[in-house]
Write a new protein. Structure first.
Length: 420
């Protein structure tokens, strides 16, 4: 059995190329149905996210050398990508490397943000989709179920995903700590750049009740809001939304504050002591620092959050080292499990061979008993014939090994037969 991985990720391929190779769930279904009909591929799972597209598949050993080239050509044709573009970026891994890579991916060690947990859910979704179309057999099922079990253990024991390290993630994580249920909160996001886009994505994933995006350019705010089912407004429109806002996250490039104390105080009067969280992740600051003096206001600026990021980064780095060590051990264990499975067919054949010999000897003994032979003599002859027939082939091979000077085979035979 040969397990293989072919793909590319954010480390080796630019987003322009990754975009061409993304698969929606419907596209993955169709692609898998097409793929498993091809001779080199017997089982397959397609993992497609914004940062990676990877195909995990099973091939027969005799087809292993050609399967990677075949799959890369198939991927190029299926996604209408020039072959040379893939040649420069694709990686092909087999057996031990493929298993180790999948474990690293599942535990967020191959992600942009170390330890991020979203990828494990994406792998489970890819697995379920492949199983629904019959693209998974016993080999990939055994591997992925093992990876799911091990990943849960690694994340629990190392705590690799518990300490946020990106600014956007820290902001959302802090909001979750103060408002335990964000599905009941209204969030105002000021700005429409990359940081706010990432924050909005996180909030959308956890189903924040309402997302309002305010930008200097109303059109840009609207475009971003539409992607996440939010509301896009201009900065001038903000005051009329503040009273119903629970969380404000701001990240603009404005040289002056975009939210002053007097504007917020007016909004607070109608909130009836309901707390409000303000996260100012801009430099220069977007939110007037005097707002921190207001009651029921929690204001955090970039300096407050940077310390959380630094602490989280150090803790995740330590957790990543522990996770890597655990992965190495689990890869070794799984490889040994696979090797033990390789012996199953040999054991079955040997048992069948012994059963055939036993049946032959037993038939002959029964025939002698029916002819009136002495039962004691029949038992002695049965034991003699059975032992001779079972030992014949091993003894023949041992004599040949001794004659040919095969010392290692002789030593292995002693170990196998339990001879001291």
């Amino acid at each position: 059995m040969t397990l293989l991985t072919l793909g590319l990720n954010h480390k080796v391929a630019p987003i322009k190329l990754r975009e061409k190779l993304t698969f929606s769930p419907a596209q993955s279904q169709q692609a898998l149905l097409e793929l498993i009909k091809q001779e080199p591929v017997h089982e397959a799972i397609i993992l497609s996210t914004c940062n990676r597209t990877e195909v995990y598949y099973k091939s027969l050993p005799e087809a292993e050398l050609n399967s990677s080239a075949f799959l890369q050509a198939w991927l190029s044709e299926h996604c209408t990508v020039v072959p040379e573009e893939l040649d420069a970026c694709c990686y092909a891994l087999n057996n031990r490397q493929a298993i180790q890579h999948l474990l690293r991916v599942a535990n967020g060690l191959d992600s942009m943000v170390i330890g991020e947990s979203q990828i494990l859910g994406q792998i489970k979704s890819a697995y379920s989709l492949a199983e629904s179309v019959g693209a998974i057999g016993s080999h990939l099922r055994r591997l992925f179920q093992y990876v799911f079990s091990v990943s849960k253990q690694i994340r629990t024991m190392t705590g690799i995903g518990t300490n946020p390290i990106s600014l956007a993630f820290v902001a959302v994580d802090l909001a979750k700590r103060i408002f335990t249920d964000l599905t009941k909160t209204n969030v105002l996001l000021i700005g429409a750049g990359q940081t706010i886009e990432l924050v909005t994505s996180y909030l959308h994933d956890i189903n924040a009740q309402q997302l309002i995006i305010a930008g200097r350019s109303r059109r840009k705010a609207l475009n971003l809001a539409e992607r996440f089912n939010g509301i896009g407004i201009s900065l001038e429109e903000m005051p009329k939304y503040l009273a119903n806002t629970d969380i404000i996250i701001s990240a603009t490039s404005s040289p002056l504050p975009v939210l002053d104390k007097s504007t917020l105080v007016t909004a607070l009067k109608s909130r009836k002591r309901r707390p409000m969280l303000l996260l100012d992740i801009a430099a220069p600051r977007d939110i007037d620092p005097d707002i921190a003096e207001c009651e029921d206001i929690y204001l955090y600026n970039l300096d407050d959050l940077q310390q959380v990021i630094a602490d989280g980064y150090n803790q995740r780095q330590h957790a990543a080292k522990l996770a890597e060590a655990m992965i190495d051990a689990h890869v070794e264990y799984f490889i040994r499990r696979l090797q033990s499975l390789d012996a199953v067919d040999t054991i079955k054949s040997y048992r069948q061979q012994v059963a055939n010999v036993r049946e032959q000897c037993l038939v002959y003994a029964m025939q002698r008993l029916q002819r009136g032979a002495d039962p004691g003599d029949v038992l002695v002859r049965l034991a003699h014939d059975l032992s001779n027939k079972l030992m014949h082939e091993p003894c023949t091979q041992l004599r040949r090994a001794s004659f040919d000077g095969c010392v290692e085979l002789m030593q292995s035979a002693k170990q196998l037969l339990g001879i001291e």
